[in-house]
Ligand binder design. Structure first.
Ligand SMILES: [Fe+2]
Ligand SMILES: [Fe+2]
Length: 131
């Protein structure tokens, strides 16, 4: 089960990014609690869609404000979306175990590191650029 819980300590300080991160954590917790495979797949598709739009939001802000490390941050998003595309293929093939492990263990671990590093550095830069 995903053990993430949204707290103020997870905020990076840009409202649109924080709102998306809160939704992602909520989706992960719902996915972890969902035993029915059909419901799990529906929720996983929504999780993947939201993640794509969240990455696009961050990338749009980085482009608009000429963030110096945009390529590094965008490459990491792309790597995760490729990973998720692979899991979607496995779901189509009837394997839910890989996706369940991904949302329970792998993605939460990645998310916490990514939020604390790339997203935090990006948000600090954006806050100064916007101010
Ligand atoms: Fe993010
Ligand atoms: Fe990011």
């Amino acid at each position: 089960m995903a053990k993430l819980q949204w707290t103020k300590g997870l905020e990076v300080g840009v409202d649109d990014i924080d709102n998306d991160h809160r939704i992602t954590i909520d989706q992960l917790n719902k996915l972890s609690k969902t035993l029915d495979d059909h419901d799990f797949i529906t929720l996983f598709l929504a999780f993947a869609d939201h993640l794509r739009s969240h990455f696009a939001l961050e990338e749009g802000l980085m482009t608009k404000h000429l963030f110096f490390a945009i390529d590094c941050h965008t490459d990491e998003h792309k790597r995760v979306l490729d990973e998720i595309d692979g899991i979607l293929k496995q779901l189509e093939a009837g394997d839910t175990g890989t996706a369940r492990n991904y949302v329970d263990v792998e993605f939460p671990e990645w998310f916490m590191v990514h939020r604390a590093t790339m997203d935090t550095v990006t948000a600090r830069f954006l806050a100064q650029a916007i101010a």
